[in-house]
Design a protein around this ligand. Sequence first.
Ligand code: SF4
Length: 299
Amino acid sequence: MTKPSGKLSLLEERIDDAYRMLESCRICPRRCGINRIREETGACVLGRNPVVSSFNLHFGEEPPISGYRGSGTIFFTSCNLRCVFCQNYPISQLRHGREVSVRTLADMMLNLQDKGAHNINFVTPTHLVPQIMDALRIAYERGLEIPLVYNTGGYDSLEVLHLLEGIVDIYMPDMKYSDPEMGLKYSGVPNYPQVNKEAIKEMHRQVGDLVMDDKGIAVKGLLVRHLVLPEGIAGTEEVLKFLAEEVSRDTYVSLMRQYFPAYKAVDMPPLDRRITEEEYKEAVELLEKYGLTRGWIQK
Ligand code: SF4
């Protein structure tokens, strides 16, 4: 893990480049090309300032992230994806939240550290990376020192991930689909698997496999989340095969079974039902088939 002083230097070197990317926005792979500094908006419908829905200690994340004192989650408003089944849709799609300054965002991080959080967990940060970097610069000047978690839907550009090298300690991306048609139909982007796989490889190159301390709390590395969907929509076998063969058999995989129909999915069969015991069991067997023995299986 890079020391806070090292992270501060990296942020100072890169912050101007990061903000420049907002002038013709290419912060995420949608590359809308509008000027967010002048408050024009693209697909994520946010302008220059960060917008936050909530921040608190969260105990419902994976055990290495929540630990015993909680993860310091900051839920950012809006998203660069349009998942029809989003379980957080009031935040991501209806955009409930309030605009804050980067100074207030830094205060939130320090407040969570003061409350004992194991880490600062940026939830859906992709469309706000320059603003988060700016706030981090302030927070490091004022004593932030706990690890940073980049908790993303996994539709991230390499250019932006390069800006985060040496700054993010733990990458926690989703792998939602392995079929581009599913990504288009259910999340509104044409090339999800291709972008997602490149991003996962880059994240792993930067931080490696998940490393935990002697109490089982994550300090660095990659943790991949995969939500099993009805009727094989998530392409579980190809996702797990990719991780085992092209990333690392020691990848920490959180195989999630909690899917429930939300938002538009309530009227979109087969997404209008939970997964069956059998569907989850098949996914667990695939973990074993590909030798992915590290991770979190839900009983
Ligand atoms: S961050 Fe927002 S405006 Fe920028 S490219 Fe992505 S969706 Fe478009």
